[in-house]
Design a protein around this ligand. Structure first.
Ligand code: 8IG
Length: 274
């Protein structure tokens, strides 16, 4: 009788990736992870000097970045603060649900960060904004989410509590850094198409303020792994139907470029306090 090789669980696969990460970066333990979404890449340099930068594909279980303006890199950054040094693990891109690689692939970076020692994760994204008065280039703290992907990264009878998924402690810390920050409920659509104007109205009626294609599945996996979660959206466009103009990816990249120094300052100051 022959036996098939045992397929690693997603958690074993993340532990393998974390071990390889430690080898390649020379950093045994990372403290805080950050995932940079659309429009956030120009902010990364404000976080500090890179100790090491590797390709996601150097680690087991990762695939190449699929979106223009996304870089398939992982940076290890040593941040010096008055309270001591911290090792930041920065994912310069993410795998999206709409790539069709499966939910486990979407949350593999999150589980790798947990296995690498991170106790907190900052999930950023670019998204459409619904609230009156919001403008492209505006950051918004995620207070809660509505997951419209119809799926979960968790398999089996593990009833993870999502009350206060988006850490009130970390949101308060952000407001100490910038008291003009607003909060909103993030609605994840499956994508890759943007919403119709009717779907945007539906999201608003449901209690949503932000529409995007990421973050909720990652936040759930982070909570399952016991990490503290901070979610920050950059409103890169008004949600479909609100501006009278069609949406395009170039405006997203432009909003990121123009907001870069504000976002970089916010991220580095908040991370230093975590
Ligand atoms: I950047 O308006 C960005 N990502 N679903 N809707 C959705 N995703 C987005 C949007 C948007 N803008």
């Amino acid at each position: 009788m022959t036996h098939a090789a045992a397929v690693p669980t997603p958690y074993e696969s993340a532990a393998e990736a974390a071990a390889r990460l430690a080898e390649l970066t020379g950093v045994e333990h990372h403290d805080i992870a950050l995932v940079l979404g659309s429009g956030w890449l120009p902010a990364v340099d404000a976080l500090g000097e890179a100790t090491a930068e590797i390709d996601t594909t150097d680690l087991p279980g990762f695939s190449a970045a699929a979106v223009a303006g996304h870089s398939g890199k992982i940076r290890s950054i040593r941040q010096s603060t008055p309270a001591g040094d911290k090792n930041l693990l920065v994912f310069l891109s993410r795998t999206h649900f709409y790539e069709g690689k499966g939910v486990a692939a979407v949350v593999h970076p999150v589980r790798t960060a947990a296995a690498a020692g991170c106790s907190a994760i900052v999930l950023t994204n670019g998204c459409g904004g619904l609230k009156e008065g919001w403008r492209p280039g505006q950051p918004v703290l995620i207070s809660d989410h509505i997951n419209l992907t119809g799926t979960s990264p968790i398999v089996g009878a593990n009833f993870v509590d999502l009350t206060d998924l988006y850490s009130p402690r970390l949101r308060a810390m952000c407001k100490e850094v910038d008291d003009s920050l607003d909060e909103g409920v993030y609605v994840q659509f499956p994508g890759p198409h943007y919403e119709t104007p009717a779907e945007v109205r539906m999201a608003g009626i449901m209690g949503g303020h932000l529409v995007g294609m990421s973050t909720t599945l990652e936040a759930i996996a982070a909570r399952e792994a016991g990490m503290e979660v901070l979610g920050i959206s950059l409103v890169t466009n008004l949600a479909a139907g609100l501006s009278g103009e069609p949406l395009n990816h170039e405006e997203v990249l432009e909003a990121g470029r123009s907001a870069a120094s504000r976002m970089g300052g916010l991220l580095s100051q908040v991370v230093a306090r975590i």
